[in-house]
Design a protein around this ligand. Structure first.
Ligand SMILES: [Zn+2]
Length: 176
């Protein structure tokens, strides 16, 4: 269930400052699936949480120099156990898609919801992650009827040439 303020009651809430308002009268019609691990191939949630809250110490790992100062977020994160976290209200615009285009409409952040799976382009995802993702998709589709089945896409599909996630190990057949 999504409450009046746009938060999934089942998710653990961590408020990110990295969001703003969607354009007026925008229908939410797209779900964008990503993967993330910080540093790459480290599947702990902690650094992702810090990154989305602008609390990551960019000097604590060599890789973090590449993302220093970036301000991003996603509505949802699903960790390796299937636990769901939410950082931005579904009614607000999270900063996950970047330069992007879906069906000739640019700036997908305006009309989409972002879901990050902890993982990488090189590793299978866990069954618990698919279970939670399916539950989440069902809840979101019930709340936003403009999200059709074909409007559930990978980041790589809306930012091709720039992004590769959720990657070849994401099994689309496991999404109902
Ligand atoms: Zn992505």
């Amino acid at each position: 269930m999504i409450n009046k303020e746009g938060w999934l009651t089942k998710a653990e809430k961590h408020v990110s400052p990295n969001f703003d308002q969607r354009p007026i009268n925008t229908d939410i019609k797209l779900i964008v699936i990503h993967n993330i691990s910080l540093p790459p191939e480290n599947f702990e949630f902690e650094n992702v949480k810090k990154f989305f809250k602008n609390e990551l110490d960019f000097d604590s790992h060599e890789f973090f120099h590449e993302i220093r100062g970036l301000k991003v977020s996603s509505h949802f994160v699903i960790d390796r156990t299937g636990k769901i976290y939410q950082f931005v209200s579904v009614y607000d615009r999270a900063w996950h898609a970047g330069v992007s285009c879906f069906n000739n409409q640019e700036n997908c952040n305006d009309f989409s919801l972002g879901v990050e799976l902890i993982g990488s382009d090189n590793t299978l995802f866990e069954d618990n992650q698919y279970d939670s993702l399916n539950m989440l998709i069902e809840t979101l589709c019930n709340s936003f009827p403009k999200i059709k089945k074909e409007n559930i896409v990978g980041h790589s599909e809306i930012a091709s040439g720039r992004k590769t996630d959720p990657g070849p190990f994401f099994d689309w057949s496991k999404i109902r």
